[in-house]
Design a protein around this ligand. Structure first.
Ligand code: DC
Length: 223
């Protein structure tokens, strides 16, 4: 690959695997728009819960989704979702959202509602003058951008991941979320064939970033 003028980096992995800190560092290093798709599923979940919609009431989920207009606000290097013109805040990291997001994310209609929106983030990145985008989630390298220039899958020991969440002050049953995210029928959490898997259990965040950055650089600089 000769140095492309726009690159797409996909980072998938389970909860608290280190995706966000890694994506943030790569976005700075390579001047990429950082897109956290977990925040999109969280925002939609928070909104559906706010409207009193239950995840086992499919007609209500469908009706509510049809009425929500999605937009994007770019702040610094990050893309934030807007629902009906409103941005989202810390409420998307609440215990209630943690407990419900995997159930809503397993619904094909919810995933479908976010599919084109997520792919459209590449246009958003171009419009804002970035050199590409780094998108993190569960199905980025498998479903959203299977054609991404770089596809990474971050793993870490469950105990270490749980420790990281507690250190962030969050109540989050990450193993239960991973179980639901991995076993759903539509776009399950999985390391797609051809993606580079990195186990971060015994690595510092700087070491993880360095490993991914080196791989990106080596291909970008190839004559
Ligand atoms: O990355 P996160 O932990 O904030 O993601 C929250 C939930 O959203 C996660 O448990 C599953 C869902 N999700 C998904 O199904 N697909 C994505 N691409 C990103 C997140």
């Amino acid at each position: 690959m000769n140095t492309p003028d726009f690159i797409i980096v996909a980072i998938d992995g389970g909860a608290a695997a280190g995706k966000s800190t890694t994506a943030d560092a790569l976005s700075e290093r390579f001047h990429l728009l950082h897109v956290d798709t977990g925040s999109f599923y969280r925002a939609v979940t928070a909104e559906l819960l706010r409207r009193g919609v239950r995840h086992d009431d499919l007609p209500a989920v469908r009706a509510a989704l049809a009425g929500i207009r999605l937009g994007t606000r770019v702040t610094g290097r990050r893309a934030g979702i807007e629902l009906d013109g409103r941005g989202v805040g810390d409420e998307i990291r609440s215990k209630t959202v943690n407990e419900n997001v995997s159930f809503f994310a397993a619904i094909p209609e919810v995933r479908q509602a976010l599919f084109a929106y997520q792919r459209g983030q590449a246009d958003e990145a171009r419009r804002h003058g970035f050199d590409g985008l780094v998108m993190e989630g569960r199905d980025i390298g498998s479903v959203i951008f299977p054609d991404a220039d770089f596809r990474f899958f971050l793993q870490a020991d469950p105990l270490e991941r749980a420790r990281r969440r507690v250190a962030e002050g969050q109540q989050d049953a990450i193993l239960e979320r991973d179980r639901i995210d991995s076993s759903r029928k539509t776009a399950p959490l999985t390391c797609p064939p051809g993606a580079v898997a990195v186990d971060s259990t015994h690595l510092t965040r700087e070491e993880v970033v360095a490993r991914l950055a080196t791989l990106i650089e080596s291909r970008l600089n190839r004559p």
